[in-house]
Ligand binder design. Structure first.
Ligand SMILES: [Zn+2]
Length: 195
């Protein structure tokens, strides 16, 4: 069977909510032909017609200058944490490790924050990790690695911020193409931080 026929059949077998999920979150990067198959499946099922616009918006990647413009728009928003406008916003990577007696749990979260809030969260996570990361077999190995990485990365914060912002925008192309106004962007970074 031809690859595209196979994709068509797969889409046919999916539930409405699975199709909606693909349209909303996974249509970026799909080939033109697959986008057409997805669009026709949405039409056949009579799903919400906004999904069609969404698929179009999401599949059209941001050009470099659009990406830069969006990063600029986001960076001048008030901070989602302290609501102040005192500095531009950056992307921060917050790593956490917590050891229980027999195991440890690690998490990595990306957040958009002003520099004061970002530095505070970062420092807090480093202190917490150095206090609570060690006390398990796996923590003994992961904690020094994580601490070294975090301390080394302090000097690379601009680069990391750019990577986080780029990824966040590219992963949400469809949403951001249709909701680029200030209010929607504020709501968007709030949800990004809470996810
Ligand atoms: Zn702040």
């Amino acid at each position: 069977m031809h690859r595209f026929d196979e994709i068509k059949n797969n889409y046919k077998k999916m539930s409405d909510s699975e199709i909606e999920k693909i349209a909303l979150f996974e249509s970026i990067g799909l080939e033109r032909k697959v986008i057409e198959i997805l669009r026709s499946e949405i039409k056949i099922r009579g799903l919400n017609s906004n999904l069609l616009n969404w698929v179009n918006a999401g599949s059209k990647k941001f050009e470099e200058n659009e990406l830069e413009g969006l990063i600029k728009d986001i960076s001048i928003l008030p901070c989602p944490k302290c609501s102040k406008n005192s500095s531009i916003l950056y992307g921060y990577e917050i790593n956490k490790i917590f050891s229980y007696v027999i195991s440890s749990s690690e998490s990595q979260k990306e957040k958009i924050l002003c520099s004061a809030c970002g530095k505070k969260e970062k420092a807090l996570s480093i202190i917490q990790n150095s206090l609570f990361g060690w006390w398990s077999k796996s923590g003994i190995f992961s904690t020094p690695y994580l601490l070294t990485k975090d301390i080394f990365n302090l000097s690379r914060s601009k680069k990391i911020s750019k990577r986080i912002l780029n990824k966040m925008i590219i992963n949400n192309t469809g949403y951001l193409r249709m909701n680029g106004d200030k209010e929607s962007l504020i709501d968007f970074i709030n949800r990004f931080n809470k996810r």
